[in-house]
Design a protein around this ligand. Structure first.
Ligand code: SAM
Length: 254
């Protein structure tokens, strides 16, 4: 991780991603903090603005980073990205194919799951998105296990049965499904993230005739609670619907 990368949290739980550098200043609506003070306090420490607002200083977790990093496209929501890692059954050393890269949020979850010995081949059709994704990934993840490709996945030249997993987060995944299915190793998983149920149905239709078996369609529930002793209740504002996860498994070529 970039040594100057910090997350500051104020008394109301609002979080701010900061790239601290000598001479820099962090602006909060309740005052300012010189970056030197943040660097000196370090992760786990605290700083105060010149108006007395206290902020805690942290290294951003992956979840915090993805929620607060600059975005070119909406990142896969972290609760779903972590579920995708589990559904893809990823482990260190594996190779994953991803499209589209977007802001690089899901890429980070995949890259961490397969580790420095693994590989993520990530395809993105839009140059601006890929540029932002590369910057986001490089600032958080120091290892060289992500290859970024500026290309629509359906135009990629892919080796057959080369990947332990395929992760798709794009509008029309049925267009890339034939290519992605053939690049997947037998008995391994392809997981698509889709906001709309109509997309899910279109994808399932698109899988007909491909060596893919539909395993499951699910949503990930994540319900936050407010604990203010002696009171405790579910938060009144929750993250609502994010997306459906569609899981396919590759048949062996007959
Ligand atoms: N999962 C990403 C993240 O966590 O940041 C967000 C992905 S964003 C919702 C969808 C991306 O897919 C967009 O950046 C879009 O340009 C890209 N895209 C759409 N169709 C594509 C295709 N056929 N091949 C590659 N990328 C594609």
């Amino acid at each position: 991780m970039d040594e100057g990368l910090f997350l500051l949290k104020d008394g109301k739980g609002r979080a701010f991603l900061v790239r601290a550098k000598p001479g820099g200043v962090f602006h909060h609506h309740r005052g300012t903090v010189p970056h030197e003070a943040i660097l000196e306090a370090g992760p786990g420490g605290r700083v105060k603005t010149h108006l007395g607002e206290e902020l805690s200083v942290h290294r951003p977790s992956l979840e915090e980073y993805v929620l607060h990093m600059k975005r070119s496209a909406t990142p896969t929501y972290p609760k779903d990205a972590s579920a995708m890692v589990a559904l893809l059954d990823l482990a260190p050393g594996m190779r994953v194919l991803e499209a589209g890269t977007g802001s690089g949020g899901l890429t980070l979850f995949l890259a961490r799951a397969v580790g420095p010995e693994g590989l993520v081949d990530s395809y993105e059709a839009r140059p601006q998105h890929l540029k932002q994704a590369e910057a986001n990934v490089r600032a958080f993840w120091p290892h060289d296990n992500v290859r970024f490709h500026l290309k629509a996945l359906e135009e990629a030249e892919l080796e057959g049965e080369a990947y332990h997993g395929v992760a798709l987060d794009l509008m029309e995944p049925w267009k890339v499904l034939p290519k992605a299915a053939l690049a997947l190793m037998p008995d391994r998983f392809l997981v698509a993230y889709l906001p709309n149920i109509t997309q899910v149905l279109e994808l399932v239709k698109g899988a007909e005739g491909l060596p893919l078996r539909l395993e499951r369609v699910l949503e990930v529930g994540w319900r936050e609670w407010e604990i203010r002793l002696p009171v405790a209740h579910p938060r009144f504002q929750q993250v609502g619907h994010t997306a459906f996860l569609v899981v396919f498994r590759r048949w062996k070529a007959s």
